[in-house]
Write a new protein. Structure first.
Length: 250
């Protein structure tokens, strides 16, 4: 159950995505998260709009313009809908997840635009079965004292045609220097795809996440190993935060 919300209407978070291989570490894309509070089907809801674009210099090599829009019930932070538009080169892909918590199902529609027929999938929901964006914002609002005591927790990630368990483990507190943004007190987590029994896969599908050790709990840095090198995401700017950014070390 989410505790006090860690974010509010108007929050904006801006990130740089970099690719590191051997000694080369270069920024290739930017991602912005904007949170607004409004109306959704007669109820109050947060809309989180996440937009990622490749920087102009790299578009000849890999052009990406992706948008994910998640709608969360303002009282429970349960997801109500997720829409995404993936535009990568000539590739176009759309998804829409509509959550029905009364019936405990999520109705997913997804299609590759080369194929005009949509695919449909209905998945059974359990408590805490959320898409990635909703999971991210719920994790920010979770009571972390239980995770600190037990060391880890499970959440269920809703994908197009399946729901995969993800285990996230609290690794401890760490002072982290975020290039270009400053030095922060952080909470460090590792997130790993898990088997249905909750065991972690050891196949390089984990990623590391550092969040601000204050009431905002904003993601500051993310690092994910890939087959060659690693992808890193770091905070560039945060505005209209609900609470003072006390984790930043002056």
């Amino acid at each position: 159950v989410p505790v006090e919300h860690a974010f509010a209407h108007g929050e904006e978070l801006e990130y740089a995505v970099s690719y590191k291989v051997s000694f080369v570490n270069t920024d290739v894309a930017g991602v912005t998260f904007r949170t607004t509070l409004g109306d959704y089907g007669g109820r109050r809801a947060y809309t989180v709009d996440a937009h990622g674009v490749v920087y102009p210099f790299y578009r000849w090599f890999f052009d990406l313009n992706d948008q994910y829009v998640s709608t969360l019930d303002s009282a429970t932070l349960r997801p109500l809908e997720l829409r995404s538009e993936i535009r990568e080169g000539k590739y176009r892909y759309s998804t829409r997840f509509v959550y029905d918590w009364d019936s405990r199902v999520v109705n997913n529609t997804f299609r590759n635009h080369k194929n005009p027929d949509s695919n449909h999938k209905r998945l059974d929901l359990s408590d805490g079965s959320y898409d990635a964006l909703a999971s991210f914002f719920n994790l920010r609002c979770a009571d972390l004292t239980g995770i600190e005591r037990s060391g880890s927790s499970l959440m269920n990630l809703v994908l197009e045609d399946t729901i995969r368990p993800i285990r996230y483990r609290f690794l401890g507190r760490e002072v982290k220097n975020i290039r270009g943004t400053g030095k922060f007190r952080t909470l460090k987590f590792v997130c790993e795809l898990a088997t249905s029994s909750g065991e972690s896969f050891k196949d390089g599908s984990e990623f590391y996440l550092w969040i601000s050790d204050d009431l905002n709990k904003i993601p500051l840095y993310l690092e994910s190993p890939i087959r060659i090198g690693s992808v890193r995401v770091r905070l560039l700017d945060a505005s209209n935060l609900k609470y003072p950014l006390t984790s930043k070390i002056k």
